[in-house]
Design a protein around this ligand. Sequence first.
Ligand code: BTN
Length: 259
Amino acid sequence: MDFKIIHLNSVDSTNTYLDNLAKKGYPHGTVVVADTQTAGRGRFRRQWFSPPGRNIYMSILVRPERTKRELSDFSVLPMLAGIACAKAIRSVTGLSVGLKWPNDILLEEKKLGGILVESRIEHPSTASSNTGLTASFIIGIGINVNMKREDLPEDIKDIAISLFMVTGREFLREVLIEGIIREFFRLYEEFIAQGKGYIISEWQSMSSTIGRRVRCLLPDGREVKGNAIAVYENGYLLVERDGGVIEIIKAGDVFHYSS
Ligand code: BTN
């Protein structure tokens, strides 16, 4: 798979920058990498801490044109990106990196990275048919690589971690970036060939959420506690409450209880 990387020193957000390129017609496989972001963002419009020279901030453009997959199948893209990151990081560092629902990359139960997928349907009237499917997906990936504990702002000191903080070693970001992109497009081709079930089972086997006792904070403020039993076909998390009621978690934050 051919990809083209655009390197930037500083940008507001690699996702915003790449979305503008997508509007101009840039092709599938365009990747934007920045050394720092002035307005990096995470899920639920949270700020993504993006100091210069230390971490990975990148976005990948996916244009699923002329495929046999339905638009709704692309809901697995955040999971696909999570698997790609975990595999690439494992192979470069040897560390056992995990995945937390919906799309956090974990190391020693702390947040090593996150994924923010943003999409735009270009022709909604024809988007649901295979032939007229015109959408673009921006896969935003942030990974804490060489950041030191003292670099971290107070509010995330106890929840964030970097590869350096665990190993005491600095890693070449370019090597990780290349590994992530290659793994991403390898998995993407598997997904196009085999469907979303392949990605969901890969994700479940690498995830540290499935089989754990969890607390879920939903966007409406509701809280659900129980055992995370599986990921449903469109990426939803199934949680079994004490007493046996199964809750379908579509969005929110999940916290693992220590095992
Ligand atoms: C999250 O866990 O909330 C998702 C974080 C995603 C951060 C990355 S950094 C590169 C890309 N550009 C952004 O503005 N956000 C994503």
